[in-house]
Design a protein around this ligand. Sequence first.
Ligand SMILES: [Mg+2]
Length: 303
Amino acid sequence: MKILVAEDEPGSRRLVKMVLSAAGYEVVEAVDGQEAWEIFQREPFQLIVTDWMMPRLDGAGLIQNIRAIQKSYTYIIMLTAIDGKPKVVMGLEAGADEYLTKPFNRQELLARIASGKRILRLEEQLTEARQQVEVLAMHDGLTGLLNRRAIEEHAGAEFKMVARKERPMSVIMLDVDHFKNVNDQFGHAIGDQVLRQVAKVLQENSRGYDRVGRWGGEEFLLILPDTELRDAALVAERLRTQTAGTKIPLESGESISVQISLGVACTVNGFPSLAKLIEAADQSLYKAKQTGRNRVCIHESEP
Ligand SMILES: [Mg+2]
């Protein structure tokens, strides 16, 4: 692990370096706060040992600068002169995590570094856990697609963006045909498998910047930024044929396939809101259902 040491007194700097190097740390030296700041901006460090009194930029200034830009946590130990108690308080107030009085005890320095590493590890775990919670909160547990709230949020942001850029955006609303029959005939476990398989086809056949979400039940919504109605209709048609051509194996050794109906709408027809756009796609989906299912219907008129 690398540690940045900022200390203007050469003797003290050498001692810190010696103690840390002997304990297996890689030490990068800075002759004052300014140099440490320049080094940190090029390459962030997780652990820093800094003196308080230094020319150009002192320890408190260095800490304030680092705290303002750090992306992950930086654990900072401040070195202070023995008569500098008020400075200790100021140092902690400036954002130091720990302090050591000079001349320092080498075991104490290593112990402080070790506790810093523990804090950093906890911080990492917390960040990971938070990211996992975010992923869970945004995704549908069954299919792994974005859930309704997440796809709606994404669609809302895209809707605003394409309006600003005067670019088109299309949406595809789709639904598995006769899904209730699948559940009734084969059970819910197979029904779930069907939904997962359809989700997989949707994801594999959409483009990198498209977003796919589970709208609810056996309904799915796709957001296609920068896409005209005709191109969206082509995407929808590809999704339809791919889904119909996909075999879903059953435990019995047989396999089933399902079909989907799709409705497509595009912002170029001047929809005043995302809700109206999705509603239009939904109406087209309804029309696809009414006219025989396993087909794509597009919403061509004004809203
Ligand atoms: Mg000094």
